[in-house]
Ligand binder design. Structure first.
Ligand code: SF4
Length: 411
């Protein structure tokens, strides 16, 4: 458009975003990625919910871009060290389970707590069984926990890494496996260059020139400025120019009290970077409930397809053509299939647009006439005109026939 001198207003929307948290996160990631760069004049949030629930979400998402507190970056000189028109994950070195080919990690933040008990881990996907004296991990179990200056007087799950403030680490955990310090720039000369550690950096500040000596550092980048997308992106460009391949965790700290706004804002900020291949982890801090923060972090990774940890539903927003109760059916299908990690199920109200809009779903449930459903395996119809009363069972049978079914784990 720029080349051709056209300046038409641009309308943005994510169709078939789904409902609830998934629909909101997917919309914020998709629409937000363009709004973050100043593109888009009108938006529509399209949820599988009553239409009146869509407007407040759209307003909150748009509101994010009315703020100021923006950091003015100097004009970028020279060639970009990445292709903004194709997805390619930034190359980073592997440090334990971070970076390289590992999926982005999730860091839980316990720094605001004054005391940490096993019950605190519940919100981040870990259940402690007193009877069996063991930890059970859920699909949405965080990979690291930041404890700040707190101490932990019980054994944490073996798969979990613990990040502590440098002084706390030196005093209590320097010899304990799985415990790592988080440093500021001034701490760098106090550790051995081979120490596995995390380094806090501000996206708007200069990157230290001696980082190549520290091969086991993971950078945690954050900023208090509103234009996080530009600042973080610029930070990755500077890292590439310095030939630094340290893994980078994106940290967001929001004190927003409205939970929906909190989720939309963080999803828009993190999503725009992850879909460009930037980020080896997500660390969200804020004043929301731990379970909510944790599911937001995993939801963002799922929506950006950088880490799949649950079943994905692609359902249409419904309209006059819808041939069944879409919300009720989506809820029924979710109830039976939400444990099928990595499977994508399309639930579409009509045959007119449904099949085309299911995108890359593995299975499809599409209304074809009153009380009649077609079932799809990818883009092919495999069961025609199934009675609606039997269609959910038939969908489960189809998933079983193709070997994608697993029984629900009971632990
Ligand atoms: S019922 Fe059909 S046309 Fe209407 S929103 Fe759903 S897929 Fe689109």
């Amino acid at each position: 458009m720029l080349k051709n001198g056209r300046s038409y207003p641009l309308h943005l929307g994510v169709t078939e975003a789904g409902d609830g948290e998934d629909g909101r996160i997917k919309s914020a990631v998709g629409i937000g990625a363009l709004l973050e760069d100043g593109l888009g004049d009108t938006i529509r949030v399209s949820l599988t919910e009553e239409p009146e629930f869509e407007i407040p979400v759209a307003r909150k998402l748009a509101e994010k871009f009315n703020g100021n507190n923006r950091f003015e970056l100097p004009q970028l000189e020279g060639e970009l060290p990445y292709n903004p028109f194709a997805y390619e994950r930034r190359h980073s070195t592997e440090i334990h389970n971070i970076g390289g080919k590992h999926v982005p990690v999730v860091v839980a933040d316990f720094s605001q707590k004054t005391q940490i008990s096993p019950a605190n881990f519940f919100g981040f996907g870990y259940n402690y069984s007193v009877q069996l004296d063991k930890w059970n991990l859920q699909d949405l179990a965080a990979d690291y926990v930041y404890i700040g200056s707190n101490t932990i007087d019980f054994e944490v799950p073996g798969t979990l890494g613990v990040i502590c403030d440098f002084e706390n680490w030196k005093t209590n955990y320097a010899t304990k496996s799985g415990f790592y310090p988080i440093l500021s720039i001034s701490d760098l000369d106090k550790i051995d260059v081979s120490q596995i550690a995390f380094l806090n950096l501000k996206a708007e500040e200069a990157i230290p020139s001696n980082l190549s000596d520290f091969k086991n550092l993971t950078i945690v980048v954050e900023t208090d400025y509103a234009n996080k997308t530009q600042l973080f992106r610029n930070f990755f460009i500077q890292l590439a120019r310095l030939n630094y391949a340290h893994p980078v965790i994106l940290r967001f700290n929001s004190q927003e009290s409205d939970s929906e706004t909190f989720q939309l804002n963080v999803s828009s900020d993190a999503g725009s970077l992850l879909i460009d291949g930037f980020g080896d982890g997500v660390w969200i801090a804020g004043n929301q409930a731990p379970t909510f923060i944790n599911s937001t972090a995993f939801g963002i990774l799922q929506a950006t397809r950088t880490r799949i940890s649950k079943t994905e539903y692609i359902s249409c927003p419904s309209c006059g053509r819808t041939l069944f109760d879409l919300q009720e059916t989506t809820a029924k299908i979710r109830e039976r299939t939400s444990h099928l990690k990595g499977i994508k199920i399309g639930i579409m109200g009509c045959i007119v647009n449904g099949p085309g809009e299911m995108a890359d779903a593995d299975y499809g449930y599409v209304g074809t006439g009153p009380g009649k459903i077609h079932l799809y395996k990818e883009k092919t119809v495999v069961r025609k005109n199934v009675a609606e009363s039997e269609a959910v069972d038939a969908l489960i049978d189809l998933i079983k026939e193709h070997g994608d079914w697993v029984e629900v784990k009971t632990t």
